[in-house]
Design a protein around this ligand. Structure first.
Ligand code: TAP
Length: 487
């Protein structure tokens, strides 16, 4: 297990010698002491990335792609160890890290390995006598700041497209969960990525993260995390006007119409909110139900929530693990009081589990709260296994509730009515919409939001636009046409 900073192809201690413990959220025991980067370490990493950039960006795109494909193979070859490390550090159940996080991480590196040599330019029809063509060039050194909820997967979401496009990377994982990004860095060194192309700097957000956003030699910063820090990133980036890409919070609307298949709704909604203990920006955190089916649906949904097996993330039978930190668990539980103060009714959960074996960990029971759409718990991102339920009578009312927060990341709807499904999908103020499913993601499909959920898109070809800049080239190709505007 690597616990030092990864700079210029090597693991090195922070210049200050500072380290911080990373904890196992199952029992809050220490897993390891991890080096914490200071500003001077960010400078070292940026210098290494800058040095590596000319050769990396000039390398044949297919060769960059080949390295990403080799990395995907190496991730699969080390799948069990990576899954275990991620479960230890984050609290995700091992069945999820093994079956979802690790395969999705490999799939993302593989998808962008294939993408590397497909980023084409275009020829633009301008006036006679001139050829105008457009190429896409890498941005340069890019800074990336990632959160603690899916650290392994987000390492691939951030790094893979940036590298495929020919950029060099300085990435800061969250202080709570640095281990899987360091493990990926070690695999990158093993499969032959040139030194300096990728640098991974565990560190504190307000120190290393802030300096990455400010750094005058970083040309772009890509951030995933809270809306509050997203705003700070924008401000910090203004010094050298770097490109900014923000994937921020969400408050996912999950609308269930009266004609929906309730078996599918119950299963899909439980996955939407309880997977990864609800610590997902696209969590289905607001269940919005037609009044005609509300009683039936809530009975089934609460009974499923109560049956979820909570326990040690390393136990293969565990369906829900602990939240990733004690502080975050306390924050999530504090929202139960907030709900009650505004008249909310707790239908399930609302507390830590009683089991003595879980007493030292950051556990919260799956929690369902009936609340008004304007209540704080239905407006603010709780980021836990915490879903609000409200009812509606008309389609207009459902849409108004769904669009009634500052966020606009993911939203879902369940109906058998095809026309309504597409009409509502068009009217939802949201970067992603799921019809009769929830929380589907793919490296091929653009991911991102509007409003307080940020801007820019990850994944698909869209993200290649984020990690490149267009260059327009004019060529005078006709000797009979004056190369200047006639006077
Ligand atoms: P954030 O504070 O937003 O942390 C995300 C990342 O930003 C971490 O790497 C963090 O470093 C870093 N960071 C913190 N302050 C920074 C600054 N001034 N400049 C640059 N980087 C900075 O999220 P959190 O505190 O971990 O969670 C708070 C809430 O944010 C959650 O409850 C949830 O609502 C939301 N959240 C959303 C997402 C997604 S996927 N949209 C993910 C996580 C959290 P440190 O690790 O050192 O703090």
């Amino acid at each position: 297990m690597q616990t030092q900073l990864f700079i210029d192809g090597r693991f090195v201690p922070a210049l200050s010698g500072a380290t911080l413990a990373t904890l196992n959220p199952h029992d809050n025991s220490e897993i390891a002491q991890v080096s914490m980067a200071g500003r001077e370490d960010v400078d070292r990493a940026v210098a290494a990335a800058k040095k590596a950039f000319p050769a990396w960006s000039a390398m044949a795109a297919a060769d960059r792609g080949r390295l990403l494909l080799k990395l995907a193979d190496a991730i699969e070859a080390n799948a069990d160890a990576l899954a275990r490390l991620e479960s230890l550090d984050t609290g995700h159940p091992i069945r999820d890290t093994r079956n979802l996080d690790v395969p999705r991480t490999a799939a993302t590196f593989r998808y962008f390995g294939g993408m590397a040599d497909k980023v084409e330019g275009s020829v633009i029809p301008v006036e006679a006598g001139f050829l105008n063509y457009l190429t896409r060039e890498p941005v340069g050194v890019v800074g990336q700041v990632v959160p603690w909820n899916f650290p392994l997967m987000f390492t691939s979401w951030k790094m893979a497209p940036a590298l495929a496009a020919g950029n060099c990377v300085v990435m800061k994982p969250a202080e709570l969960t640095p281990l899987s990004s360091l493990a990926i860095a070690a695999l990158m060194a093993e499969v032959g990525f040139p030194a300096g192309v990728v640098n991974v700097l565990p560190g504190l957000g307000h120190v290393a993260g802030q300096y990455i956003a400010e750094h005058p030699e970083i040309s772009k910063v890509a951030f995933t995390g809270s809306t509050a820090v997203g705003r700070k990133i924008v401000q910090a980036s203004s010094g050298n006007l770097k490109k900014v890409q923000l994937e921020l919070g969400g408050k996912g609307a999950n609308i269930v119409y009266g004609d929906a298949n309730l078996d599918a709704v119950v299963q899909g909604s439980a996955f939407g909110i309880f997977h990864n203990q609800g610590q997902a920006c696209i969590a289905a955190s607001r269940l919005i139900v037609h009044e005609s089916i509300a009683d039936d649906l809530l009975e089934r949904f609460t009974s499923l929530a109560r049956s979820i097996r909570i326990g040690d993330p390393l136990d293969p039978s565990t369906e829900m693990g602990p939240l990733t930190s004690q502080m975050h668990r306390d924050r999530v539980l504090s929202y139960v009081d907030v709900a009650r103060e505004q008249g909310g009714r707790v239908l399930a959960g609302g507390k830590a589990p009683d089991a003595a074996a879980l007493a030292k960990g950051c556990y919260v029971e799956p929690t369902i709260v009936q609340a008004k759409p304007t209540d704080r718990v239905a407006q603010e991102e709780v980021f836990g296994p915490f879903v609000t339920v409200s009812t509606f009578r008309t389609d207009e009312e459902a849409l108004a509730i769904a669009n009634g927060t500052e966020y606009g990341l993911g939203a879902g709807l369940w109906t058998r009515d095809l026309q309504r499904a597409h009409l509502v999908a068009r009217q939802l103020r949201s970067g992603m919409v799921w019809i009769n499913c929830y929380k589907r993601v793919s490296p091929a499909s653009p991911f991102g939001g509007v409003g307080a959920s940020g801007y820019g898109r990850e994944m698909g070809f869209e993200v290649m636009r984020e990690y490149t800049q267009p260059k327009s080239v004019w060529v005078n190709v006709d000797a009979n046409i004056p190369p200047y505007y006639p006077r």
